[in-house]
Design a binder for this molecule. Structure first.
Ligand code: KIV
Ligand code: ZN
Length: 518
């Protein structure tokens, strides 16, 4: 690999999934992993296998099915974590174990209660154990940006001797500023023996809005791997946004001079996919993938654009996969056109899922004159979101209006074949529907947010219901679309109830301990 080749390490499925409310099921993770491979990232960090059985299964499935990028699994520096990570990764054609241990004084004293010598010993043991399984081992001194530079250099040197091949320098709490972070990278390059044989990596959090700036500054000082997530999702304020760092490097290749393997035309569809799957909206004015990123409102700008687009545009929308005109489908469109469109939008559905999507598409095309990309994305999401369900909606009706008491009646099927019906009043029709669902299922959740939006801008648009609810300290998400917003709301609520019940079932399994790191 040339000295100027940058390794793009995507951690949407691991650090990104740690955004509150962003947890994904197996099918969703696989979908994103497919899209990341198509985008051309070099490494996919697929999860933290010891964290829960679900995480383990997801890493294992990605390792088995996604070929091309290196598949990476996270582990703390202890044998159980590392063995479990290996177990999940072993079938990947290209794999990496990523071990981490905090090094900063505050983590040593309060979190780990370990002296410096103990940290070095454990880090070395962890890397050696991982190397026993795998030639590609990454080590991260967690909270490196707040670690004393001489101690950081000592740890990094010792883990290189132990066999680490990539050294990641995380700014775990987003505390660094560009010059200082870049200086730390430069210091390590000058003072650590053996570092020239390894890849130095950067991993920045965005608490001060500096994750991309810090990453770019470090790349100028010789770091050759950048860790990032699609749309910058992640713990708290998130991580370095992949699309921003990639487009900065591409647009300012004159300044950075780095080669990247990412196909930038896949940035937009991948961003849309991640946003829909996680339920985390992309702000309108977000760089590169926001709805307004290529919109010109001011007259002077529009005039300049008409004369020469480079007057006000430093990147072309097509370069990031935004098309100025949208292809529309209708009821005469065939299965082939639909499946091609679904693929272009970044979804990889199996035959069974495609068949269901096609059926749903035909029903929708009968109700709506034109089916837009956003409609197809919404249909694809419903197909993907359909996981195992304890309860299924058979029917919902409600009655509301001024001068009446809002009330709802709901009929649900239980997976054991029984059918239950009930009715409730509520503060409004949707409240009445939710109360009835709770009473039938016996599962009570605390609604944190609820919104209904129209999927497209046309008159016969579908309504999309999205909600977040808390159940036993966990945030669960639900989303559904229908041309009937009451039905969409009931389906989204039921999705949350089913997820809560499935979590309860999984809890019977003693390995369901959940661990979260930055
Ligand atoms: O932010 C962080 O320190 C991390 C490590 C586990 C790499 O995510
Ligand atoms: Zn992180």
């Amino acid at each position: 690999m040339s000295d100027n080749r940058l390794i793009v390490f995507d951690t949407t499925l691991r650090d990104g999934e740690q955004s509150p409310g962003a947890s994904m099921n197996l099918a969703e993770k696989l979908e994103i992993a497919h899209a990341l491979a198509e985008l051309g990232v070099d490494v996919i960090e697929a999860g933290f296998p010891i964290a829960s059985p679900g995480d383990f299964e997801a890493v294992q499935a990605v390792a088995r099915k996604i070929h091309g990028p290196v598949i990476c699994g996270l582990a703390r520096c202890n044998p159980t974590d590392i063995d479990r990570a290996w177990e999940a990764l072993r079938e990947a054609p290209r794999k990496r174990i990523h071990v981490f241990l905090a090094t900063s004084a505050i983590h040593r004293e309060y979190k780990l209660k370990m002296a410096k010598e103990e940290i070095v010993r454990r880090a070395v043991e962890g890397v050696k154990r991982a190397r026993g399984y795998c030639e590609d081992v990454e080590f991260s001194p967690e909270d490196a940006a707040r670690t004393e530079l001489d101690f950081l250099a000592e740890v990094v040197e010792k883990v290189i001797e132990a066999g680490a091949t990539t050294l990641n320098i995380p700014d775990t709490v987003g505390y660094a500023v560009p010059e200082q972070y870049a200086a730390a990278i430069s210091h390590l390059r000058k003072h650590v023996r053996g570092i020239d044989k390894c890849i130095l990596s950067v991993h920045c959090h965005n608490d001060l809005g500096l994750a991309v700036a810090n990453s770019l500054a470090a790349l100028r000082e010789g770091a050759r791997q950048v860790e990032c997530t699609i749309n910058g999702i992640g713990e708290r304020a998130g991580n370095c946004a992949l699309e921003e760092v990639v487009m900065a490097l591409r647009t300012r290749a004159d300044y950075f001079g780095l080669d990247i393997g990412v196909n930038t035309k896949r940035l937009w569809p991948t961003s849309r996919l991640v946003s829909r799957v996680t339920g985390i909206h992309v702000q309108r004015n977000k760089a590169i993938v926001g709805q307004n990123a290529f919109a010109h409102e001011a007259g002077i700008h529009q005039d300049g654009m008409l004369k020469h687009s480079a007057t006000y545009e430093i990147m072309r929308p097509e370069d990031v996969g935004v098309h100025r005109t949208e292809l529309v489908l209708g009821k005469h469109s065939g299965r082939h056109a639909l499946s091609q469109r679904v693929r272009d939008l970044g979804y990889h559905l199996n035959d069974q899922q495609l068949n269901r999507l096609f059926d749903d598409f035909k029903v929708l095309a009968d109700r709506k004159k034109t089916v837009y990309d956003a409609d197809i994305e919404a249909l694809a999401e419903s197909v993907l979101h359909t996981g195992p369900a304890v309860w299924t909606l058979e029917a919902v009706t409600c009655n509301a209006g001024s001068g009446t008491v809002p009330c709802a009646a709901v009929v649900l099927w239980h997976k054991d074949g029984t059918i239950e019906r009930d009715a409730c009043t509520g503060d409004g029709p949707i409240d009445a529907v939710f109360k009835t669902i709770e009473r039938i299922t016996g599962v009570y959740v605390k609604l944190r947010s609820f919104s209904i939006s129209s999927v497209t801008g046309d008159e016969d648009a579908q309504g999309e219901a999205q909600l977040e609810a808390e159940h036993k300290g966990r945030i669960l998400r639900g989303r559904s679309v229908s041309t009937d917003i009451i039905e969409a709301s009931a389906l989204a609520y039921l999705q949350v109830i089913n997820r809560a019940l499935l979590r309860e079932e999984m809890k019977m399994n003693p390995q369901t301990e959940e661990i979260v790191v930055a």
